[in-house]
Design a protein around this ligand. Structure first.
Ligand code: UDP
Ligand code: MN
Length: 315
């Protein structure tokens, strides 16, 4: 019985018979049920009936071609967008993949991710943000640029930053955002024995709302080459008054496709020094100081392909 209903009953005149009171109660209860029925088209409920649960990722020896993946994903709109049929999606999620020269991994991921997200009945779009040229990789600038470009592209309520080589192994790990805190989705990775690498680990796959990203000023732009930009991101979450939340280790499981360190992304020992300065720099180094050159945006069948120039290595 609703609060309003019990308040009404308390105000009933004493002369009313018990039968009449019960009739009134039944009427209000029925009206409550009717009001709780979602309007048409029905909203997609939190738990999708299409979920398959735990499913170890077993990528085939060679990845399918983009044309083969396209054939299996007929319901996509150009640009790699999807909206669940028959119900109103509760979330609008942009997946942003930082990328350069990892085509085999991208093909594995797209083949895996499209059906995975469709089982979750989420309204989503996949963006591949590519760093142009052979210069030193800068994942922070690439992701900051990706965030700016996708939020310019459409009205997303959640942005998921997703390494190209991680395949989720349980579709109950929902690709949506928490309203208040940034979410770390890749908690348990096979490469690390399905255990959290360390408490402050905030890399791999993370989900943030546009508001959370603005609050923490996105990523630092100062990490050239491999290492520590994800530890910097962890610190920014705390410094801006938020905390990282995580789904259960039982559900947030991933397979990482094996790979060597990429050319142009060698470990940079200087990144440890940059990390010592997060507390001093985070307010002025990030989305609000971002500089990059936009080169192109192309709507492909399975994703929207954005290419940017991050500029020359600074440190
Ligand atoms: N990445 C890429 N090309 C590169 C370097 C990095 O596409 O040359 C992207 C890719 O999405 C990758 C992520 O950056 O998953 C993180 O790099 P890496 O996998 O080397 O880091 P790890 O977390 O495995 O140490
Ligand atoms: Mn990797």
């Amino acid at each position: 019985m609703t609060m309003a209903c019990s308040r009404r009953l308390r105000r009933l005149r004493p002369g009313l018979t018990l039968l009449a009171a019960l009739t009134v109660a039944a009427t209000f209860a029925l009206r409550g049920t009717l009001l709780a029925t979602p309007p048409s088209p029905a909203g997609c409920h939190a738990a999708s009936p299409l979920l398959a649960g735990p499913r170890p990722a077993r990528p085939p020896p060679s990845p399918p071609t983009l044309a083969e993946i396209e054939m299996r994903n007929g319901a996509l709109w150009s640009g790699g967008f999807y909206s669940p049929p028959g119900c109103q999606a509760r979330h609008r999620t942009a997946i942003v993949i930082p990328y350069r020269s990892r085509l085999a991994h991208l093909r594995y991921l797209l083949d895996h991710l499209h059906p995975f997200l469709q089982r979750q009945r989420i309204h989503y779009g996949i963006y591949v943000v590519e760093q142009w040229g052979q210069g030193t990789f800068n994942k922070g600038i690439l992701l900051n640029a990706g965030i700016v470009e996708v939020l310019r592209d459409a009205d997303w309520s959640c942005v998921i930053l997703h390494d190209v080589d991680l395949l989720a192994e349980d579709d109950r790990n929902t690709y949506t955002c928490d309203n208040y805190n940034p979410t770390h989705l890749s908690v348990a990775i096979d490469k690390f024995d399905y255990r959290l690498l360390y408490r402050e680990y905030f890399g791999g796959v993370v989900a943030l709302t546009p508001e959370q990203l603005r609050k923490m000023n996105g990523f630092s732009n100062q990490y050239w080459g491999w290492g520590r930009e994800d530890d910097d991101l962890w610190k920014r979450v705390g410094l801006s008054g938020m905390k990282v939340v995580r789904p259960s280790v039982k559900v947030a499981r991933y397979k990482m496709i094996k790979h060597e360190r990429d050319p142009g992304n060698e470990e940079n020992p200087h990144n440890f020094d940059v990390l010592k300065r997060t507390e001093l720099d985070w307010r002025s180094d990030g989305l609000n100081s971002l500089s990059y050159k936009f080169l192109s945006k192309e709507r492909k069948a399975l994703f929207t392909h954005i290419t940017i120039d991050v500029g020359e290595k600074q440190t």
